[in-house]
Write a protein that binds this ligand. Structure first.
Ligand code: ZN
Length: 312
C-alpha cells in the first residue's frame, strides 16, 4: 500500500482525496470560501486529512506524501505559490511545504491545478498512452495545461501552458481579473456568466432573469427548453471555449484535447461542437486533434498529485 493525499483547492470547493497507486479510495469535499483566503482553511484541511486517513485505517505517518493543486501560478520546484487571481489572496505568503512537514512530516508537492488535472488524465485517464495533450478545464475560471512529447510544459517562470484561459480572444472584449482583455475566461466562464446574461438584450424576457445565481446548469437546461437568451449564451460560450482550444492547439500541437471541470461533467453533448470547430479552424496538416471528456473530471488533479509525489 502506498497512500497519498491530494488536495484540490478549487474556487468554490476544496476536494481532499486519499489515493492508493492511481486509485482514488475516498474523498471529502468542503466549501472553499476562497475569497477569504487559505490560512483560515488550514485547520479544516488538517482535520479532514486526518478524518479521511482514520476512516480508512491509514496512519498519517504511513502517507507517502501530500500534494496540492492550486488555481494560480505555482513554482513547483521551490514549492511556492507565485501569484493568484482573486482566489485565496493570501496564498503566496503561506509556506505549505512547512505546514505539511510540521503537521504530517511527509513529502510535499504542488503545482497548478489544470496542470495536475492533465497529469492525472495522462497517467490514469483519458490521456493514457498519448504523450501530446492539452487540457482545458471549464469552471469558475478556465484552466489550461500542455504536455509535449511526454514533457509537462512549465516554462522558466511557470506560466507556460497554464494560461490557456487567458489568451485573448477579443481585444475589444471584457476586462479579465488577470489584467488582460477579452481572455477566454473573461468571455465565458462561471464567474463571468451572470454579468454576461444581465448585459444581454432580452434578459428581462428570459427565464434567466428569475434566477438569483445564474450558472451554466441553468443556462444549459433553459437552452434545452428553448429559452432564446439561454440558447444564445450557450452557443457563445461553447464557441468561446472551442476557439480557446484552437489557440491552444496552434500553440502546443497536441494529438488530443481533454476537457475537464464542473461544466463538462453533465454536458458532454457539447463535445461534438468543439470537435466541429477544431476540424474546421485548426491549421494542422497532419490531421485533427481529437476532443475527449476527462475520465475523472472531479478527481484528476488529485490523481495528478500522486504522480508528482512519485517523481520527488
Ligand atoms: Zn485573463
Amino acid at each position: 500500500m502506498k497512500y497519498t493525499i491530494g488536495v484540490d483547492l478549487g474556487g468554490t470547493r476544496i476536494k481532499i482525496g486519499l489515493v492508493n497507486q492511481g486509485e482514488l479510495i475516498d474523498a471529502e469535499i468542503i466549501d472553499a470560501h476562497s475569497g477569504s483566503g487559505l490560512s483560515s482553511q488550514l485547520p479544516n484541511l488538517e482535520q479532514f486529512i486526518r478524518k479521511l486517513c482514520a476512516k480508512h485505517n491509514v496512519n498519517t505517518h504511513q502517507l507517502c506524501g501530500i500534494g496540492v493543486a492550486f488555481p494560480g501560478i505555482v513554482d513547483s520546484r521551490q514549492m511556492r505559490i507565485i501569484s493568484t487571481n482573486v482566489k485565496y489572496p493570501d496564498a503566496p505568503e503561506i509556506d505549505l511545504n512547512k505546514w505539511v512537514n510540521d503537521k504530517f512530516n511527509t513529502p510535499f508537492a504542488m503545482d497548478n491545478d489544470a496542470r495536475l488535472a492533465l497529469i492525472g488524465e495522462w497517467q490514469y485517464g483519458a490521456g493514457i498512452g498519448v504523450d501530446d495533450l492539452i487540457m482545458m478545464t471549464l469552471g469558475t475560471g478556465i484552466g489550461g495545461a500542455a504536455l509535449i512529447e511526454g514533457k509537462v510544459l512549465r516554462g522558466k517562470h511557470f506560466i507556460a501552458g497554464c494560461l490557456g484561459g487567458h489568451m485573448t480572444l477579443n481585444m475589444h472584449g471584457n476586462p479579465c481579473q488577470c489584467g488582460n482583455i477579452g481572455c477566454v475566461e473573461a468571455e465565458a466562464s462561471t464567474w463571468r456568466l451572470p454579468q454576461m446574461a444581465r448585459e444581454s438584450k432580452g434578459f428581462e424576457s428570459s427565464r434567466l432573469s428569475q434566477i438569483e445565481k445564474i450558472d451554466y446548469e441553468h443556462v444549459f437546461n433553459l437552452a434545452n427548453d428553448g429559452d432564446a437568451l439561454a440558447m444564445e449564451l450557450k452557443d457563445k460560450s461553447v464557441r468561446t471555449w472551442a476557439f480557446g482550444m484552437v489557440n491552444m492547439i496552434h500553440a502546443y500541437d497536441p494529438d488530443r484535447v481533454i476537457v475537464s471541470g464542473g461544466i463538462i461533467k453533465h454536458n458532454e453533448n457539447i463535445l461534438p461542437r468543439f470537435q466541429e470547430i477544431i476540424n474546421k479552424h485548426t491549421w494542422s496538416p497532419w490531421g485533427k486533434a481529437q476532443v475527449v471528456k476527462a475520465n475523472w473530471p472531479e478527481y484528476n488533479a488529485i490523481l495528478g498529485c500522486e504522480y508528482l509525489l512519485n517523481q520527488i
